[in-house]
Design a protein around this ligand. Sequence first.
Ligand code: ATP
Ligand code: MG
Length: 180
Amino acid sequence: MYLKRIEVKGFKSFADKIELDFNGGITAIVGPNGSGKSNISDAIRWVLGEQSAKTLRGAKMEDVIFAGTETRKPLGCAEVSLTIDNSDGIVPIEYTEITVTRRLYRSGESEYLINNTPCRLRDIQEIFMDTGIGKDGYSLIGQGRVDEILSTRSEDRRNLFEEAAGIVKYKTRKLEAERK
Ligand code: ATP
Ligand code: MG
């Protein structure tokens, strides 16, 4: 299972559609300050369901939509699609390639899709649970996060090990059952 492709359109500094293909191995994204490197990791976090504008370095969720420049008008919609190669079947659905899409309109309306079929945010969260890919999974380690992991309370550190051990979905289901 690996990140195969990301398509970004109208998200933060990416007014025009960009497509990045990752072909196994290591990919480094380099560029001058302010050129949009962190916006790419924000886009990955966002499409995986991030709900906190602050985590995405904005004040409100609308801030992820291209806000315009001196020469270019703002856009009305942000869209990110992330494609994962699942030929090893680690994500428990029958597709060998999974594309997750999120759209947000300035009106506040939003859409989530799995392989072009509309779904709930919850469906996206569920398929990536215990894979390490989710928005809080260990596959995305932000700046400062390593220190945070090392210095955090043991209970918080435990969450990381539970995700790696693959038991988060059972814990989540148990909590939900208890709430009902
Ligand atoms: P550094 O090397 O300093 O970490 P970086 O390459 O990570 O830089 P980013 O933080 O990804 O840069 O990009 C910042 C740029 O994105 C800024 O120029 C900012 O104006 C632009 N930006 C952020 N949100 C939007 C938006 N909604 N619309 C247009 N531009 C945006
Ligand atoms: Mg940066």
